[in-house]
Design a protein around this ligand. Structure first.
Ligand SMILES: Cc1ncc(COP(=O)(O)O)c(C=O)c1O
Length: 403
């Protein structure tokens, strides 16, 4: 019997798992871990959305298989959102497909478009799915070191010229996970120009587009002609604090949407209808809740930057997303991001995501998620101050019992 599976050999264990395991171990021993690791929203889903879910769940046919492509009302709500937010007109029947979150949409898009040996361009560091989704689908990756959108574009030309065979798609993700970088419309114009010149599809992940702290981030579909080559996956997870609901949609080029819809038609029957109805209510309903959540993230960001700076850790202030992308303090940098993160959790009881989990060029950083309240972020900063003061040679906890 074959015990080594081809695909599994290409999937290293999730780097974050090591920190999660350590967190579980310490918690079991009674430690209070301040978890700034996973980007799992801690805010409650707004009440009117939950009410709509409950109301719909009681309807006689709610229990039946739903529509894999998404119920028409949800696709119409998604089109209305694109029109309102980006001034982009979409046909709900041709340009939109509902997904079980942005993650599932992106993963199945990778399945839909990749053939073995195809080359896909992705930034490094990146959200793991943006590379491993294609590796699972049998494609090969061309990584471009990209700590900013400018760096990504700068490396693109060389990557395309030196790829054999020529790339078939490029991945964009702004606001970015993990770097929290934001792209402007000029970036998207240039990306579309390059993609058209080389006949490359654009797959854009817009999961954080509503979590911003200055100008609203644009969509690639705003660029003239982008509909010829681009698709975007979008999510309700962060915008409406609905991560566990598994709801999102993909929008854009008709051929790409049809390809994704075709794959999905073999794999799923769509999200539970009440979830889709509630998602439509979220998109069509009052948006004050989104503004309120954004302000909470903004306040947390400000507290994090201010309190971490006072603790001796200079962290650049993110303009969007629910993350700060923090260079490892100089005296700890030689440890690398995994060892640094393990020591931080063991000694200071603060969990962060090691940058190496997002690719080799992420190893000098850790990602800090804004998923604990301000008081807890301040507590994390106090622990971190002691951790930094104790220095890289320390091996003892810096938290006193009961603190
Ligand atoms: C860039 C990016 N895309 C997609 C996702 C997953 O989103 P969803 O919950 O919509 O699947 C995440 C979640 O962390 C993410 O960071």
């Amino acid at each position: 019997m074959k015990l080594e599976f081809h695909k599994i050999r290409r999937l290293p264990p999730y780097v974050f798992e090591q920190v999660n395991r350590k967190a579980a171990e310490l918690r079991a021993a009674g430690a209070d871990i301040i978890d700034l690791g996973m980007g799992n929203p801690d805010l409650p889903t707004p009440k009117h959305i939950i009410d709509k879910l409950c109301e719909t769940a009681y309807k006689p046919k709610a229990n039946r298989y739903s529509a894999s492509r998404g119920i028409p009302g949800l696709r119409r709500a998604a089109a209305a959102y694109y029109d309102r937010r980006f001034g982009v007109e979409l046909d709900p029947n041709k340009h939109i497909v509902a997904t079980l979150g942005s993650k599932e949409g992106f993963a199945n898009l990778a399945q839909a478009i990749s053939a073995p040996g195809d080359v896909i361009i992705a930034p490094n560091p990146s959200y793991p799915l943006h590379t491993f989704g294609f590796l699972i689908a049998g494609a090969s990756m061309r990584h471009i070191k990209a700590n900013s959108p400018e760096e990504y574009l700068a490396g693109m030309d060389k990557a395309i010229r030196h790829s054999v065979p020529k790339p078939t798609a490029m991945v964009l993700c702004y606001p970015a996970n993990p770097t929290a970088q934001v792209a402007d419309l000029d970036f998207y114009k240039e990306a579309v120009r390059i993609a058209k010149q080389h006949e490359i599809w654009i797959l854009s992940d817009l999961a954080y587009t509503e979590i911003y702290f200055d100008d609203p981030p644009p969509s690639v579909l705003q660029v003239e002609g982008a509909m010829d080559i681009a698709i975007e996956t979008t999510s309700l997870s962060k915008t409406y604090a609905m991560a566990g609901w598994r709801m999102g949609f993909a929008a854009g080029n008709e051929r790409l949407v049809a390809a994704l819809a075709r794959v999905k038609s073999y794999l799923d029957y769509g999200a539970f209808t009440p979830v889709q109805v509630a998602a439509a209510a979220a998109l069509n309903g009052p948006q004050e809740c989104v503004v309120e959540m954004r302000e909470i993230y903004r306040s947390r960001r400000d507290v994090l930057i201010e309190s971490f700076t006072r603790a001796g850790w200079e962290v650049p202030s993110p303009r969007a997303s629910m993350f700060a992308w923090a260079p490892i303090p100089e005296e700890f940098r030689h440890l690398g991001s995994l060892e640094f993160s393990l020591r931080l959790i063991e000694q200071a009881h603060v969990a962060v995501a090691p940058g190496a989990g997002f690719g080799e060029y992420g190893d000098g950083h850790v990602r800090i998620a804004l998923v604990e309240n301000e008081q807890r972020i301040r507590q994390a900063a106090r622990n971190i101050r002691r951790f930094i003061e104790a220095g890289p040679n320390n091996s003892e906890p810096v938290i006193s019992a009961g603190e």
